[in-house]
Design a binder for this molecule. Structure first.
Ligand code: SF4
Length: 208
């Protein structure tokens, strides 16, 4: 079966955004984060490794720009079978968690954090082997998770990384200022989860 691949550039142009220019800026931010993280974590022997995917089993939030970037990578590189499987998983997850996902739309409020903490699922982009199917195009927080500090000065990461780094003095990026750099780019006016965007694109109510 042929899976529909959208012209993301036309979709972005409809809201006044030149996607390739925006992608170039996002690529620059990702390169900065990846480079800094590589230097900061080189000697830390972090427990993050291919196939761990601990952080892909929570609700992972991303902006429309990051989604377009990851989806562009998938549309360019994934087979119809893989893309179709990701779409099917995303649509099913949206139906399963529709109430919570819809409640997260709109302007961010403190209530959103409570809802987000209740929203847990295996990312539809996670492969059966535990590796991300869109790894080169993955979102900002996937790059920061386990390799940065949160706003409280603690490690922004799972309990495995927290336990591994406990008591050590380390230099890491601070996630919040990096998120602010992302927010300066176009199409970053909201954050939602992959199933939300997949539903929007393929669930019948989105682009035509
Ligand atoms: S897109 Fe990839 S890195 Fe991001 S949550 Fe999904 S599987 Fe994990």
């Amino acid at each position: 079966m042929t899976v529909r691949r959208f012209d993301l550039r036309v979709m972005a142009r409809a809201v006044g955004v030149e996607l390739d220019e925006a992608f170039e800026k996002l690529r620059g931010l990702y390169a900065y984060v990846d480079e800094r993280n590589a230097g900061n974590t080189r000697d830390l022997d972090l427990p993050c490794h291919r196939g761990c995917s601990h952080c892909c089993k929570e609700s992972v939030f991303l902006t429309p720009l990051e989604f377009f970037f990851a989806w562009d990578w998938l549309q360019t590189n994934a087979t119809d079978a893989l893309l179709g499987s990701i779409i099917a998983k995303g649509l099913a997850l949206y139906q399963e968690h529709k109430g919570l996902i819809d409640a997260l739309d709109g302007e961010h409020t403190p209530e959103h954090d409570v809802i987000a903490a209740r929203l847990k699922f295996v990312c539809p982009v996670l492969g059966d082997d535990g590796a991300c199917e869109a790894y080169p195009g993955r979102e900002l927080y996937a790059r920061l998770f386990g390799s940065s500090f949160n706003e409280d000065g603690g490690v922004y990461g799972c309990h495995l990384v927290g336990a591994h780094l406990g008591g050590k003095s380390v230099t890491l990026l601070r996630a919040r200022p990096v998120a602010k750099m992302l927010e300066a780019l176009p199409l970053t006016f909201k954050r939602q989860v992959y199933p939300y965007y997949i539903q929007w694109m393929y669930g019948g109510s989105g682009p035509t």
